[in-house]
Design a binder for this molecule. Structure first.
Ligand code: GLY
Length: 392
C-alpha cells in the first residue's frame, strides 16, 4: 500500500478497528497506525450492551444514541460474521438486576422508575421469578428487574473478527514506535509523521481520525482536551456455566461468555494510568459476585485485568471534526465504547463523507471543547501539566 490513504486511523483499538473496517468496506483506502500500550479498553471490556441499565435522564442524548447503536448491532455483527466466518459472541438474552439487600432494592426501584419514565422496557421480578429465570442466583435474592432488550458481546472476539476482516479488505496496520506530529500545514492536517523502526515516516491522508482513547490528549495539539483515564478492573473465572444473562447488582456485574468464562467487573477508579490489578478491588469484586452467584466460589480463577476508560470532563464522547480541517476525533466513550461502536462508526463516516455531523452526534461534537482543541492550544503554546504516559 502507498503511504497515501483516504483515511488514516491513529489508534488500533476496537474503535479504530471498527472505523477502519467500515471505511474499507465503503471503498476507502485505509491505514491504521498503532502502538503497543497497556490497559487498552477493549482488552478488558466485559461487553455489556446496556443503554437501559445505565440510562439517566440527564444523559438523555447518550441513552438515545446507545439505543440506536444497540439496534444497529445485529446487522453489524451479521455482516462481520458473514464476511469473516468467525463469531463475535453476540447474545441477546437480556440482563437481570438483582437485589440481595434492602438497600439494593431501593436502588433498583429508582432504576426502574427512571427507565419507565424514559419509556424503556423493564419488568419487575420477585425472588421466585428471578430464580426461575436464572436458577443459580442466590436464594437470598429479594427482588430484581429483567431488561429483556439488552444484549452482550465478546469484545475480544469482535476485535479478532475486525482484524481478520482488515486483512481481506486490504487495511494496512502499521505498528509505530512514536508519534511525532501531524503532517500538513498549519491550517490543515494531512496525515501524520511517526517514527517506525527507527526511521521518520510521513503517512498522508485525506482524513485523519484519532481513536487512541484515554491517551488522546497526549497527541500534538490535543493536550488541552479534558481527557482522563478511569481505571476499570475485571476478573476472569471459568468453569461450569452458571448463567445465560448478564447479572448485575448495584455493586458488581457478571457477564457470561460462550467459552464458559465469566467476566466480573468492574471498578471505576480515578487513579491515573495505573495498569496493575490491585488485591483490594479483586477481593471486593469476587466477594460481591459470590454474594449474588454463590457458584462463583467453585470456578477457576484465571486472571485479573485493568484498563482505562477514556473519560472527558462531561463523561460524553467526542465524535466529529476538530477545529483543524482534516482532523477528526472518536474518543471519550467512557463506559460505553463497545455499545456505541456501530453508531459511532456510521455517524463518523457519514460526517466525513458529507462534511456535516448527523443530528444524533451534535451533542457529542469535539467542538464543545473548542478552547481545548488543536488550533487554540497551539496558538496559546500551552502544554498539559498532566503526566499521562504518552503514546508519542
Ligand atoms: N461498560 C461497563 C464498564 O465500563 O464498566
Amino acid at each position: 500500500m502507498s503511504e497515501h490513504s483516504d483515511l488514516l486511523v491513529v489508534g488500533g483499538g476496537l474503535m479504530g478497528s471498527g472505523v477502519a473496517y467500515e471505511a474499507a468496506r465503503r471503498g476507502y483506502r485505509v491505514r491504521i497506525l498503532t502502538k503497543a500500550l497497556r490497559g487498552v479498553a477493549h482488552e478488558v471490556a466485559a461487553g455489556m450492551l446496556a443503554p437501559i441499565s445505565e440510562a439517566e435522564p440527564v444523559l438523555g442524548a447518550l441513552t438515545q444514541w446507545g439505543l440506536k447503536s444497540l439496534e444497529q448491532y445485529p446487522a453489524f455483527v451479521e455482516a462481520l460474521e458473514d464476511y469473516t466466518k468467525m463469531s463475535c459472541g453476540f447474545r441477546t438474552e437480556g440482563a437481570i438486576h438483582v437485589a440481595v439487600s434492602r438497600d439494593h432494592l431501593s436502588q433498583l426501584s429508582h432504576i426502574s422508575d427512571t427507565q419507565e419514565r424514559m419509556g424503556l422496557r423493564v419488568e419487575r421480578l420477585d425472588s421466585d421469578e428471578i430464580r426461575a429465570l436464572e436458577p443459580r442466583l442466590t436464594p437470598r435474592a429479594i427482588g430484581g428487574l429483567l431488561l429483556p432488550d439488552e444484549a452482550h458481546i465478546d469484545p475480544q472476539a469482535l476485535f479478532q473478527c475486525l482484524t481478520a476482516a482488515h486483512q481481506r479488505l486490504g487495511v494496512d496496520t502499521t505498528v509505530i514506535d512514536q508519534f511525532v506530529d501531524w503532517a500538513g500545514g498549519a491550517d490543515r492536517v494531512e496525515g501524520a509523521v511517526v517514527i517506525r523502526q527507527g526511521e521518520k515516516v510521513r503517512y498522508r491522508a485525506e482524513a485523519t481520525v484519532v481513536t487512541v482513547g484515554a491517551w488522546s490528549h497526549s497527541l500534538p495539539g490535543l493536550s488541552l482536551l479534558p481527557m482522563r483515564p478511569v481505571k476499570g478492573q475485571v476478573i476472569l473465572v471459568k468453569g461450569e456455566p452458571l448463567v445465560s444473562r448478564t447479572i448485575r447488582t448495584p455493586d458488581v456485574y457478571v457477564v457470561p461468555r460462550s467459552s464458559g468464562r465469566l467476566w466480573i467487573g468492574a471498578s471505576c477508579e480515578e487513579v491515573g494510568f495505573d495498569p496493575e490489578p490491585r488485591a483490594g478491588e479483586v477481593m471486593e469484586l469476587l466477594w460481591e459476585a459470590r454474594r449474588v452467584l454463590p457458584g462463583v466460589s467453585e470456578l477457576i480463577f484465571e486472571r485479573a485485568l485493568a484498563g482505562f476508560r477514556p473519560t472527558l470532563r462531561d463523561h460524553l464522547p467526542a465524535v466529529g471534526p476538530t477545529d483543524r480541517p482534516g482532523l477528526w476525533l472518536s474518543t471519550g466513550h467512557y463506559r460505553n465504547g463497545v455499545l456505541l461502536l456501530p453508531a459511532t462508526i456510521h455517524g463518523l463516516l457519514q460526517a466525513i463523507d458529507t462534511g456535516g455531523l448527523p443530528d444524533e452526534l451534535q451533542a457529542f461534537s469535539p467542538l464543545r471543547f473548542v478552547s481545548c482543541t488543536l488550533q487554540t492550544a497551539q496558538s496559546m503554546r500551552i502544554t498539559s501539566p498532566r503526566s499521562a504516559k504518552s503514546i508519542q
